[in-house]
Ligand binder design. Structure first.
Ligand SMILES: [Ca+2]
Ligand SMILES: [Ca+2]
Length: 151
């Protein structure tokens, strides 16, 4: 398989894939992905975000991701991690209202302070006035999908 630009080495990916594919089915299920992502710094990864991400890379429509699509999924997750870190300017591990506003503005969204407050409350699962990594991804995907429908 040819190495695509920006996608890590196939041997590295294959090792990660095998670790994530706990039941050795050759496909990554939502549960397996959730366990893999929860092993990092984050506690239980938002299941709705997992479902959205699997859906984006599940070309066979089985609710799972094959090794062929895993490279793209992995890159997607690491891109989001970098993006999240760059917007978390105070390194608190979460995104507050000002940081969310900066992030959404840089994505090209012109939202009122009121709407940003609404989004923050909707995706703030723990009621702390901030958004965690997994909820941030969900917020951005939902926003992206809603705005694509409006256009
Ligand atoms: Ca599996
Ligand atoms: Ca922060």
């Amino acid at each position: 398989m040819a190495n695509q630009c920006g996608i890590p080495d196939q041997q590295f990916l294959w090792d990660v894939f095998q670790r994530v594919d706990k039941d050795r089915s050759g496909h990554i299920s939502a549960d397996e992905l959730q366990i893999a992502l929860s092993n990092g710094t984050w506690s239980a990864f938002n299941p709705e975000t997992i479902r959205l991400m699997i859906g984006m890379f599940d070309r066979e429509n089985k609710g799972t991701v094959s090794f062929q699509d895993f490279g793209a999924l992995w890159k997607y997750v690491t891109d989001w991690q970098n993006c999240f870190r760059s917007f978390d300017r105070d390194n608190s591990g979460n995104i507050d209202k000002d940081e969310l506003k900066t992030a959404l503005t840089s994505f090209g969204y012109r939202l009122s302070d009121h709407l940003i407050g609404v989004l923050l409350r909707k995706f703030d699962r723990f009621g702390r006035g901030t958004i965690l990594f997994d909820d941030f991804i969900q917020c951005c995907i939902v926003l992206y999908v809603s705005i694509s429908i409006l256009h």
